[in-house]
Write a protein that binds this ligand. Sequence first.
Ligand SMILES: Nc1ncnc2c1ncn2[C@@H]1O[C@H](COP(=O)(O)OP(=O)(O)OP(=O)(O)O)[C@@H](O)[C@H]1O
Ligand SMILES: [Mg+2]
Length: 426
Amino acid sequence: MKILVVGNGGREHTLCWKISESTKADKIYALPGNAGTADYAENVSIAVDETNQIVDFCIENEVNLVVVGPELPLTLGLVDQLEAAGIDAFGPSALAAEIEGSKDFSKRIMEKYGVPTAKYQSFTNVQRAEAYLSEIGAPCVIKADGLASGKGVFVCLTIEEAQNALNEIMGEKSFGDAGNRVVIEEYLEGQEVSVLAFTDGKTYIPMVSAQDHKRIFNEDQGLNTGGMGAYSPAPMYTEDVEAFVNQYVFEPVIKGMEKEGRLYKGVLYAGLMLTDKGVKVLEFNARFGDPETQVVLTRLDSDLIDIMMAVVEERLDTMDITWKEDAAVCVVMSAAGYPGAYKNGTPIVFKEPDAEIAHNSFVFHAGTAIVDGQVVTNGGRVLGITATGSTIKKAIDNVYRRVETVDFAGAHYRTDIGKKALLYQK
Ligand SMILES: Nc1ncnc2c1ncn2[C@@H]1O[C@H](COP(=O)(O)OP(=O)(O)OP(=O)(O)O)[C@@H](O)[C@H]1O
Ligand SMILES: [Mg+2]
């Protein structure tokens, strides 16, 4: 099969690597890809939102399966366009991807189908939003309705912060049309866990759990980022919690989306908060998470193409998916200045790891490019170093040993990835 992976992050490098392990993958393209995907795939320089060009490329090159990484092309209807052209695509349709593309839509689905989530109201009118704010007070969370590359959510501890957030979204229009509507919701406290599920719209198979680390510095200090590291499994996601989430989150949402005429196919990502009042859904994403993919797919035993084709052909009920017992940890190395301004083009030096580390660790590229034969930084999150181990503790030791073999000027990474898991382990 010829397979095209859309995207250029750590998630897509991981997808290319895992797909390359399948005996069914004869040729892989990464669009646009990065220096890491180039090891497994032919990089194609088309932007992820150029959906017409992507379809043309697939027709010309007789691509059999397209795997869509990021949310933007999903919400633009890339999967619908590919299907119309007779090309199999892994990912939800535009109508189904609205579960990520509109936070208001996702809240309405949750409310309608009884999925536990924070209390909320949505507004298109600033005065009404302000009136609601003064009614509920702080702390609260203000979210731009549409896609905002992970920057449209403000956790506000004071009413001033909330007013500023409202002004940034609706007044200054910092996120453009994504801020035509805001969702104001109840502030929740607890442990965050990400759980992704494969689904063909009728059957779903949850993946192993993971925990992301959003803040730039150790101990969850500093600004929010796209994710500075992750580990899997998340020990706070116990069997009881898992049974609850299957029954009250995945089951009703997948059934609900079908009832709404928005059959959901692909990966459904549930961002959960484990509060002392039970599990609440923070958000849904319509795709694999980044960096969760790095720790989840390194634990996947089964052939990813088999699973994806079962989703596309709506026969996931016939699949049996197996996972490795080993834990996995991913540490993101970021460019100096990130998540603020940073520069590209810094050369990266890779040293050979010890044989012992080499076989259980991976250097997944995110923001990298090849310039004149040299791998250089090309983004804020540069690399996702990932390692497995028989326990989280061993995976942590392995991953930091591998981190030491990679260097670039100004490289930053957290030194406490996975530490929270150790507190929860029996
Ligand atoms: N109701 C809430 N209470 C407390 N914190 C919240 C709440 N909603 C969101 N957050 C925090 O804000 C973060 C981002 O929120 P959310 O996941 O809704 O936004 P997003 O921009 O879609 O994120 P992503 O880039 O992960 O898709 C969450 O991971 C969580 O830490
Ligand atoms: Mg989201």
